[in-house]
Design a protein around this ligand. Sequence first.
Ligand code: GDD
Ligand code: MG
Length: 344
Amino acid sequence: MILAGGFATRLRPLSCSKPKLLFPIVGTPLVEWMARWLSSGGVDQLILAVNHLSDRLKIEVGNRVAGLTVEYSVEETPLGTAGPIRLAANLLGKGDPFLVTNGDIVSDIDIRRMLAMHEEAKADATIALVSVPDPSPFGSVLTDSNGIVKKFEEKSASPSAMSHVNAGVYVLNPSVIDSIPDGAPVSLEKEVFPKLIRNGRMQAWMHDGFWYDIGSISEYVRANRELLQRQEPNAEAPEATDQNGGEILQPSYLGAGTRIGVGAKVGPLAILSNNVSVGDEAVVRNSIIFEETSIGDRTVIEDSVVGERVVIGKGSKIRRGSIIAGQLTIPGSSMVASNSVILC
Ligand code: GDD
Ligand code: MG
């Protein structure tokens, strides 16, 4: 189950009309990244726990992604991180342990080994942990030398004594469902885990590969840049090469159907999703452009994020640190000052 019903407030205004799971990560929607990762760990069925913007997710994801079948469990009102598990009890509680993950994680956590550890430890729940420089925005976890979780503190103001944080990926036994009250919002982190630590057995799985929670704009941008740098340079989408009259400075990513005008300069660190058009002599560097956005001739964009289906008129300047929400039209010759946020 992917928990995908939050309001993504820290990604506003980009998330006003676009659910987090559809955010492009180096041009590929997050849901596809997650489905590929889950599939490589042996998962074959996905349940999306949704409420806010669920219609858009249903339309765009449908009932299959990266080889996994997709079912939707729709909350009428948000039920927190544990309530959705209770709501989908009939889909999850079939006797075997199941996997639950936050819907904003890009990682290569080894699910098979995590599951093997869960079984070996005879745990009720197993939680993946990661090390981060600053644990305060996360759930801090203290374990004993056998990896048994002794303490869990969500967004602790003084987490220094706690060594690792919750990566938002869990293996749960069906018995955990019974500990979640029905019909009300419940927090896994604040209510279910502390109870489990007192009355059951919660095991930690230490992950040492890559891990991002893309739930804030700064982390979303960092994930895109770092994952771009890990990839082979994409030899530009064929359509882009055909119509490419400009210069592409690597590392950069150009989605399918992207068009680069004559004399334009794209990159380094430009990430253009599908069907983006860059006008003649335009400059795009160190920026993320969502799908179907059009950048006018001679427009310059640097260190910014531009949502989907935005039209930026000719000769505009979008200065560093700006965020432009989806589906807006910016008139030609506009000057957008550094760190501006432009919403609908
Ligand atoms: N279905 C549903 N319903 N999903 C929800 C709801 C809800 O009411 N509320 C939140 N979610 C989903 C969000 O969409 C997200 O995918 C996930 O639950 C976690 O919520 P976030 O808002 O992203 O939490 P966080 O990032 O501050 O903290 C969580 O993740 C950290 C790791 O990234 C916690 O689990 C921390 O303990 C953890 O360290
Ligand atoms: Mg998050």
